[in-house]
Write a protein that binds this ligand. Structure first.
Ligand code: ZN
Length: 113
């Protein structure tokens, strides 16, 4: 079995799925990445954050189910509400300001004229 510190270093101290460091804090302390095992064979796979470890556990380690969930989420993603073309929105409103907040483009609009 690989040494925990070696695995942590080889993964850049990040989760093998989401590529983020562990963020879960319990009793004021950030917990360590979990050692994920193949539940059928017991073989160590990699270190995972709590969220990703729970995610694959809830999906019964089933890649097809996880792919189906991703497809489902993409199919139900909200389309952009306004399509911007050179200062006038698709609905004919004048675009006063465009800004990006938390990865979403926010348009401030006004009525023409
Ligand atoms: Zn993760």
């Amino acid at each position: 079995m690989p040494d925990y510190e070696q695995m942590l270093a080889s993964q850049g101290r990040k989760c093998a799925i989401c590529d983020q460091p562990e963020l879960t804090v319990i009793r004021g302390k950030t917990i360590t990445l979990a050692v994920d095992h193949d539940h059928a064979t017991g073989a160590v796979r990699a270190l995972l954050c709590r969220r990703c470890n729970h995610m694959i556990g809830m999906a019964c380690d089933d890649p097809a189910l996880l792919r189906a969930a991703a497809t489902y989420l993409e199919a139900h993603a909200e389309p952009p509400e306004v399509i911007v073309t050179s200062g006038v929105s698709s609905s004919g409103l004048v675009i006063e300001k465009l800004e990006e907040i938390n990865g979403r483009v926010i348009a401030t609009l006004s009525l023409p004229g």
